[in-house]
Every structure is written in structure tokens, then in C-alpha cells.
Design a protein around this ligand. Structure first.
Ligand code: NAD
Length: 353
């Protein structure tokens, strides 16, 4: 079986590529190598005869058509996206272009290819659209989102993902493309670009800089270790039903303050700081505009129908992640050398009403 994975040089995409190759599946990784991509994430599969990398932009219709025609994939796992909420506040149009237009271009290329398939290859073809629980907006203190929740996105990022989810489902309902949508909660783990919360905390702590905590730190997120997400996607690919949506969750909620404090505790154990516990570096900064209060996701359907369950608990995952950044300073130093300064983004003010 050969998979076309988009965004395979990114954080989650590279975990999917490594997991798929580990299972003996062929992978064509299509990635334009935007700022968050890193081919070092794929060192483990480089040179493997099951693996091919193609540098291409999902917005390029001719390139997408040529890739389908040449590589003849059995399924698509679509992860390529602009993925950082704070960047979407500063420059929303890039999110519309890649997440909305790019997804539509890819769906059209997949449809044209699918229409030319016959027999078992047509029966078995799948288009997995990888999305986020952020499309559902914010929760209060109680309840969880599920596949049935109404869409109510808050940020340009989540709105662009919501739009792409609707496009994917429309290509299923209108054209018969065997689309499956997955909605996952916040991912963490090795190889995450150091603009996201967990790597920001780890690198600030390692370097003895203030650890930024947005607002009062009470916002709650549901955390999923990236390798568990990759396994869930492969389970959906194997056993998921076209036309369905599957919520993927670690079912592990933590407030940002609790998460950052736990991470500091792991760093204290792994590399004690002479000047005192890492938690003394935690420093409250201005909140993100439109910051959703709480996300939590119910993965009962995925557990019940497909028999998937997360394997890595939050503390084990945080410890593994902290250890990985400590053991791989070259990975994040080279990102900094490429010009990524790690400055705070997304501080646009809401217009006064
Ligand atoms: P990432 O930013 O690490 O990776 C995105 C990848 O997409 C990069 O390699 C980038 O080069 C590529 N890309 C961007 N624009 C492209 C284009 N126009 N053409 C081809 N490739 C392009 O992001 P991630 O965190 O790995 O997220 C992957 C997917 O998972 C996204 O669709 C995101 O919305 C979704 N998701 C992420 C999370 C999370 O917590 N990170 C949670 C749920 C869902």
C-alpha cells in the first residue's frame, strides 16, 4: 500500500511518515518545505526504498495532478497546513491560501485521480483530512466536544481549518470521494517547531530565560502525544468508514499553568538548575486575543469502533519530550540559525466596540 502524505516534513506529518514506513507501507511525502518543515525529522526513513520525498505546493494544481499520476497512491493523508494560531492573527491570508485553497486544489486532484481508478483500488481508496478540535471553538468548565459538536471557530487558523473540513466533506457527499475527517486535540512531542507552547517552555527553561505563560494560565487544553496521533490516523486509514468523522484525543486535560509546572518538574529531574527550580522562571505575559478558554475532546467513537487508545500518558510524554529537546540541541539550534528568532507573535488588538 502506498500513501500520499502531505505536510510530511512537519511535526505530525513526519511522525505519520515514520510510523507508516515502520509498518512497511510506502510513502510519498509531498511538502513545500515552508518555515516549519524540517527534513531532519525524516532522517530515520531517508534512503528507505519505501520512502519518496517530493517538494511541491498543494496549491499547485498541475504539480498535484502529476504527483497522483506518477505515484498512483492508494490513500491520501492530508496534513499540510499553516498550523500556528498566533501567526494566523498576524497574517491570516496565508492560512486561507494554504488551508482552504490548497485543500480544495488537492481534493480536485484526488477526485480526478479517483475517477480513473477501478475495482479494488477504487474500493479501497481513502482521503483522510486531518483537522483539529479548534474548529468547535471554546468550551466552558464542563463538557467535551465530539464528532457531533457544532462548528464555532475563533481564530483565523481554526476558521480556515473549519472551511477545509467542509470542503473535504462536500467532495465526499457531492463527488463520492471516500473522505474521512479526523479532529485531534493539541499534539506535543519531539520535533515540534519551537514556536508552540511546549517547545517554547522547554527551550526557555534550558536557556534560563523567562518562561512565558499566556494570561493567567487557566486555559485548559487536552493533550495528545504525537506518536499516539500517528497510530490513530493509521487505524482510521485501515478501519475507518468513508463519510465519517473521528475525534482523536489523549483525554488528558491540563491547564496551561499545570502543564508548564509539570514540564518544569521534569526538567528539574533531568537537568537540575543551579539557580533554583525551573518553575521560578514562569512569567505571565499578555493573553492571546480570542484565546479559547478550554478544549476537551471525547474519543469514545475511535476507542469503540476502531479499538484505538492512546498509549502515552501526559507525564511520560512530557518527560520524553523534554528529554528529546535536551538531547537534540543541534535540531533547534539549526532552526534558530535559519533566522527563526522565536519572538512573541499574534498580539493584534481587538477593535473597540
Ligand atoms: P507543522 O506546521 O509542523 O507542519 C505543516 C507542514 O505542512 C510543514 O512541513 C509545511 O512545510 C507543510 N506545508 C505548509 N504549507 C504547505 C503547502 N502550501 N504545500 C505543501 N506543504 C505545505 O504542523 P503540524 O503541527 O504538524 O500540523 C499538521 C496538521 O495537523 C495540520 O493540518 C494541523 O492543522 C493539524 N493538527 C495539528 C495539531 C497540533 O496540535 N499541532 C492538532 C490537530 C490537528
Amino acid at each position: 500500500m502506498k500513501l500520499l502524505v502531505t505536510g510530511g516534513a512537519g511535526f505530525i506529518g513526519s511522525a505519520v511518515v515514520r510510523a507508516a514506513i515502520g509498518r512497511g507501507l510506502g510513502v510519498v511525502n509531498v511538502d513545500c518545505l515552508a518555515y516549519s518543515a524540517n527534513l531532519e525529522n525524516l532522517a530515520a526513513v531517508e534512503g528507505n526504498p519505501l520512502y519518496v520525498f517530493v517538494q511541491a505546493d498543494i496549491r499547485d494544481a498541475a504539480a498535484m495532478a502529476a504527483i497522483f499520476a506518477h505515484h498512483q497512491p492508494d490513500a491520501v493523508l492530508h496534513l499540510a497546513a499553516e498550523s500556528h494560531v498566533d501567526r494566523s492573527i498576524d497574517a491570516p491570508m496565508a492560512f486561507v491560501e494554504t488551508n482552504v485553497v490548497g485543500t480544495a486544489v488537492l481534493l480536485e486532484a484526488a477526485r480526478a485521480y479517483f475517477e480513473g481508478l477501478a475495482g479494488e483500488r477504487r474500493e479501497g481508496f481513502r482521503f483522510l483530512h486531518i483537522s483539529t478540535d479548534e474548529v468547535f471553538g471554546a468550551l466552558g468548565a464542563e463538557g467535551r466536544f465530539s464528532e457531533a459538536s457544532a462548528y464555532d471557530p475563533s481564530s483565523p487558523y481554526s476558521a480556515s481549518k473549519a472551511a477545509s473540513d467542509h470542503l473535504a466533506r462536500a467532495w465526499g457527499r457531492t463527488f463520492g470521494l471516500p473522505v474521512i475527517v479526523t479532529s485531534a486535540c493539541n499534539n506535543y512531542g519531539p520535533h515540534q517547531f519551537p514556536e508552540k507552547l511546549i517547545p517554547v517552555v522547554i527551550l526557555s527553561a534550558i536557556e534560563g530565560r523567562p518562561i512565558p505563560l499566556y494570561g493567567d494560565g487557566a486555559n485548559v487544553r487536552d493533550w495528545l502525544f504525537v506518536e499516539d496521533h500517528a497510530e490513530a490516523l493509521l487505524a482510521v486509514l485501515e478501519k475507518g468508514r468513508p463519510g465519517e468523522t473521528y475525534a482523536i484525543s489523549g483525554e488528558t486535560e491540563a491547564s496551561n499553568r499545570d502543564l508548564v509546572t509539570r514540564l518544569c518538574g521534569h526538567l528539574d529531574a533531568l537537568r537540575p538548575r543551579a539557580a533554583g527550580p525551573h518553575a521560578t522562571l514562569i512569567h505571565q505575559v499578555a493573553d492571546r486575543p480570542g484565546h479559547d478558554f478550554r478544549y476537551a475532546l471525547d474519543a469514545a467513537k475511535l476507542r469503540g469502533e476502531l479499538g484505538w487508545a492512546p498509549r502515552i500518558g501526559l507525564d511520560e510524554g512530557l518527560e520524553r519530550t523534554a528529554r528529546w529537546y535536551l538531547d537534540n540541541p543541534g535540531w533547534w539550534t539549526r532552526i534558530r540559525e535559519r533566522g527563526f528568532a522565536g519572538d512573541r507573535l499574534g498580539l493584534a488588538q481587538k477593535a473597540a466596540s
